[in-house]
Ligand binder design. Structure first.
Ligand SMILES: [Zn+2]
Length: 149
């Protein structure tokens, strides 16, 4: 007599349960359950007694329920992580509005880009709109002086 079906269950199913346990121990739970479910439905097709078919069917349904709840939990966790990443990125942007990470300041008055309307950047120096206005006033007053003398 073959070991298959000798005691109501095929050796393939027994092997599958052992394999599933080993794979779960490795932490790969969902693939383990999928494999087991596949073997369960195959065994169900080959089973001869109604009691055995019913048992295999319920067992497969239970495995599927575990599988689905794990997948749902993982999807929820992923959503949580994604939300945390978005929040972290927003906070970083608020703390440091300058994307390049270089602290741009006016080379003349030392004001930061967020303290003035505009910073004009040259290759070696930066000037703010306020310093440009001040320079213009100085130029104008010097022109006037030149005109009067
Ligand atoms: Zn300035």
């Amino acid at each position: 007599m073959s070991t298959d079906d000798s005691d109501g269950f095929s050796s393939e199913l027994l092997d599958a349960v052992s394999r599933c346990t080993a794979t779960i121990a490795e932490g790969r739970i969902v693939p383990a359950l999928r494999d087991l479910r596949e073997v369960l439905s195959r065994s169900q097709g080959a089973a001869t007694s109604t009691e055995r078919i019913e048992l295999l069917s319920r067992f497969a349904a239970m495995v599927l329920a575990i599988e689905n709840s794990l997948v749902e939990a993982a999807a929820e966790r992923l959503k949580e992580i994604e939300a945390q990443v978005v929040e972290m990125e927003q906070r970083q942007r608020l703390e440091r509005p300058n994307e390049s990470g270089v602290d741009r300041v006016c080379s003349f008055c030392g004001k930061r880009h967020d303290e003035v309307v505009k910073l004009f950047e040259g290759p070696k120096a930066v000037i703010c709109n306020e310093c440009v206005a001040l320079c213009n006033e100085i130029l104008k007053s010097e022109e006037k002086k030149g005109n009067t003398t």
